[in-house]
Write a new protein. Structure first.
Lengths: 363, 231
């Protein structure tokens, strides 16, 4: 069963002169429990409005949001509060209450009726996690921007909601805080009871966390699919321009102690990467980094060589995109029109693709 | 004439520093009436004002305009209305409250309610909307949100209370009409100044005037301090 089903959602804003603008027009999607759903789009595409509506912070003009089969657009004030308590809404620019760091972080637990002795341990644990130990008694509004963001992260995550709504949370963070947030999101993703809906304008972030990605443009979802579907086959020009092209594969990484390289198992394929990691990973290979040859290459430095079939050829003027199927993994490669003609490539041609271990980017 | 002024000032100093019984009686009545009325008004106006500030509903604009109009309601007219209500033939005449401090509290209460309602509403509305949303998204109920917003805007709310108190204690028309300016009973700073000036008793008038200005100064000083304080 779907956790959340959004159908035909519209949001209109009225301007001063009574004319209206459609911020969201006809949004449809559904989300499963345990999923990480990423909404990607440029500024002004309606990402924040969509998340605010899902967070019950503003009503849609029309449409339906079913959460476990209850329509969230048609419930009493009291029920709205009960549902909001299952959700967490983290905004891009955090704002904290005019009180101590501890009180700010404890607030979400306190409004849920928890007593001091019930929440003190949870709050202290998360204060350690976000590295704010020693600042508990300081007024949160007197902290630096980065510290305040960590308070905001802690206060939204401490009550362990069922649904996390994250609105471009990493947009203004410094690298250290991005790392902290990444660790949190990774941990939440492992818990299959928790669902995440996040918005971003950063394609790499979308690839990194998204189980599925929705591309939002001008208040409409133009494409919805897995990261690999979106990045290897953008449906329209906007999506292509905005997200770019990437080959995204997920698999399990293991270190090879002899060579010092990382071996990544992706279904039937084994990829070699130079970055050292272990465990579940997503890897990214730029289409420009993939070389094509007609015959099995010999004596080359490329660590990754696979045989495949050309499924599709897209003409881009002086270059073209090849969609290559290697043991049911799809790769996108960019080559020049000249090479295409020289190699006499056509749909269904059998070819070999190769790319360097150093070109395998691990996310 | 100049003799009158100098005599008046000397007499004022004497009255103030000899702790004249009548002078202190007037001070006591003025403070009792204005503090009680402002306090009672706050009890009623704070919930109303913050509720209007918090919720969106139809007719809110009209209601806001109405409150703003009543914030500058002429005290004399308020005195007249309360007089008509409390006079022997009026609807509340049987209470026998006319020419008592209760009647004065009544009149000042109705003058203070719009002021405190209006400032509380404005204070709640001026809170950063993203703070409101953050508090809601953290799971607060409407009452919990309301309490947080009151806490966040307490400076403006206290300021509204002080403004209402300052208006009440320096107001003359309403207390004159419904209090009757009865010596030892309902005489206040302002009504006493009016009476003593009429009678040429400038000493008492100046002494009371100086005190009233001092109170105004203290209230304003308090407001400035409040606004200057961070957080």
């Amino acid at each position: 069963m779907n956790l959340l089903k959004v159908s035909n959602l519209y949001k209109e804003y009225y301007k001063e002169d009574k004319s209206s603008i459609n911020v969201l027009s006809g949004i449809n999607f559904s989300i499963n429990k345990g999923e990480c759903f990423v909404i990607i789009g440029p500024n002004g595409s309606g990402k924040t409005t969509l998340l605010r509506i899902l967070g019950l912070l503003e009503p849609p003009t029309k449409g339906q949001i079913l959460y476990y089969n209850e329509d969230l657009c048609n419930i009493s004030r009291y029920k709205k509060v009960q549902y909001r308590r299952k959700f967490s809404f983290v905004r891009q620019k955090p704002i904290v209450r005019n009180t101590s760091v501890f009180n700010n972080i404890a607030y979400g637990l306190r409004v849920r009726g928890m007593k001091w002795e019930e929440y003190i341990n949870d709050v202290n644990d998360i204060i350690k996690l976000v590295d704010l130990k020693g600042l508990e008694k300081k007024n949160a509004r007197s902290l630096s921007g980065g510290e305040m963001q960590r308070v905001a992260i802690a206060m939204n995550f401490v009550f362990s909601p069922d649904l996390y709504l994250l609105d471009e949370v990493s947009a203004n963070l410094d690298p250290m805080n991005v790392k902290l947030l990444d660790d949190f999101i990774t941990k939440i993703k492992q818990d299959k009871e928790k669902t995440i809906i996040m918005s971003t304008h950063d394609p790499l972030e979308a690839i990194k966390f998204g189980d599925r990605i929705a591309v939002l443009n001008n208040g409409q979802i133009t494409q919805l699919g897995t990261p690999n579907e979106i990045f290897t086959a953008p449906k329209d020009e906007f999506t292509a321009l905005f997200v770019g092209y990437e080959n995204i594969l997920s698999g399990t990484a293991e270190m090879d102690l002899k060579s010092g390289l990382t071996i990544i198992k992706i279904n039937n394929l084994t990829i070699v990467a130079s970055e050292q990691v272990e465990g579940e990973v997503k890897v990214c290979i730029r289409p420009e980094s993939i070389g094509i040859s007609k015959n099995p290459p010999s004596n080359v430095s490329y660590r990754n060589n696979f045989k495949g079939n050309i499924e599709d050829i897209r003409d881009l003027g002086n270059t073209c995109h090849l969609i290559i199927n290697c043991q049911s993994e799809r790769f996108l490669a960019t080559i020049t029109k000249l090479s295409l003609n020289n190699l006499e490539l056509a749909i269904n041609s059998e070819i070999f693709i190769n790319f360097k271990a150093t070109d395998v980017k691990i996310l | 004439m100049s003799n009158d002024i100098i005599d008046g000032i000397l007499e004022a100093i004497r009255l103030l520093f000899t702790f004249d019984r009548e002078l202190w009686g007037i001070i006591e009545v003025s403070f009792r009436v204005s503090l009680t009325s402002t306090f009672l008004a706050a009890l009623v106006a704070l919930p109303i004002g913050s509720f209007i500030g918090l919720r969106e509903f139809r007719g809110k604009k009209t209601l806001s305009n109405l409150i703003n109009t009543f914030m500058g309601f002429p005290p004399v007219v308020m005195g007249l209305i309360i007089y008509l209500l409390l006079s022997r033939s009026g609807p509340l005449g049987s209470l026998g409250l006319l020419y008592s401090t209760s009647a004065m509290i009544f009149a000042q209460f109705f003058l203070a309610v719009p002021i405190i309602t209006g400032t509380a509403k404005a204070a709640i509305e001026s809170v950063d909307p993203t703070l409101k949303e953050t508090i809601l998204s953290l799971g607060a109920s409407e009452r919990q949100l309301w309490w947080e917003l009151i806490k966040d805007s307490k400076k403006s709310i206290i300021a509204g209370f002080l403004v209402a108190f300052g208006q009440a204690i320096s107001e003359v028309g309403a207390v004159m009409i419904v209090g009757g300016n009865i010596r030892w009973e309902t005489r206040t700073f302002t009504t006493s100044i009016v009476l003593n000036t009429r009678m040429g008793e400038f000493g008492m008038a100046i002494a009371l005037g100086v005190l009233l200005i001092s109170i105004a100064f203290i209230v304003n000083y308090g407001l400035t301090r409040l606004q200057a304080r961070g957080g």
